[in-house]
Design a binder for this molecule. Structure first.
Ligand SMILES: [Zn+2]
Length: 295
């Protein structure tokens, strides 16, 4: 379903001369990622600049090759300060940017931020501690001391919408969340676990429920800093909800009417529309969610 409008052109990542020539082409576009933020113009488009403008800002940052658009223009991401390179546009975090960007820009922004996050936190070799070099146009880091190769990391996390026999949805809130915030249940996949096992374990730990009919729904890259959310739906086997008090403070069953009323009354604040949690809840709800604050 997800249309990828930028071709990642992975076969070009080793072509250093070719990519250096692309950088010298004025048609090439550069997305400057500043501390997890991307520049968005008032019309809801990413602000992309010519490489010369980035170079003029004297910023020094590896060029991360994102791919080629359907006009053949190369796209790169670089980490840098928006002020230094005089990028216009509002510096936006992904939660804020994704709902306003079109599919192509959202895809570019997510991949750029995910890659930039990885470089920012993986500067040294995990085997020997030596500083690593950027390779493969930003899609690899190599250790010069022991030649080990380090690839961008993605941390899988499962997220699940649970319904009961009356087609009510179970939503919960973490103790640290602001008042009224509710969402579906989520957790990281542990080493050696299948996605389905992770769903059963997380829900068992957080709310003490057994599940059946666990079905894959969709996935979404979620680079905060490096997650991939893998979404499921599931049915609760009859039983009582017992929150663990640590990860989940309150869990409540909602019928569609309950949820409509709770949102209208301001008792419940839904996840922001950028999140897959919001899509899961909306998929169950059946129509667009009633207007109300989100988080
Ligand atoms: Zn090393």
């Amino acid at each position: 379903m997800n249309q990828r409008l930028i071709d990642p052109a992975a076969h070009r990542r080793g072509d250093e001369d070719g990519l250096a020539a692309e950088w010298n082409d004025d048609a090439t576009r550069v997305l400057v990622v500043g501390d997890g933020h991307v520049p968005v113009d008032p019309d809801g488009h990413l602000v992309l600049i010519a490489p010369a403008r980035f170079d003029a800002g004297r910023a020094c940052s590896p060029r991360l090759f994102l791919g080629v658009d359907d006009c053949g223009r190369a796209h790169f991401a670089v980490a840098g300060s928006h002020d230094d390179v005089a990028v216009v546009g509002r510096a936006s975090g992904l939660r804020e940017a994704i709902p306003v960007l079109g599919a192509r820009d959202a895809d570019l922004a997510v991949r750029a931020v995910a890659l930039a996050n990885w470089h920012a936190t993986h500067t040294h070799c995990s085997r020997c501690g030596h500083a690593t070099d950027v390779a493969a146009a930003g899609h690899l880091r190599r250790c010069p001391a022991d030649t080990s190769e380090h690839f961008p990391r993605t941390d899988p996390a499962v997220i699940v919408l649970i319904v009961d026999g009356d087609d009510r949805a179970l939503l919960g809130r973490h103790p640290s969340w602001g008042p009224g915030r509710f969402a579906t249940f989520a957790g990281f996949v542990e080493p050696g676990e299948s996605l389905e096992q992770a769903v059963h374990r997380e829900v068992g730990e957080e709310v003490g429920l057994r599940l059946e009919d666990v079905q894959y729904v969709a996935s979404q890259p979620w680079p905060f800093p490096s997650s991939l959310m893998i979404a499921f739906s599931a049915k609760a086997v009859a039983g009582e909800v017992r929150v663990d008090g640590v990860e989940i403070e309150v869990a409540r069953w909602f019928s569609r009417e309950d949820l409509t009323e709770a949102i209208a009354a301001g008792e419940v604040v839904m996840p922001g529309s950028a999140s897959i949690s919001s899509r899961l809840i909306e998929g169950w709800y059946g129509t667009a969610m009633p207007a109300g604050p989100t988080w």
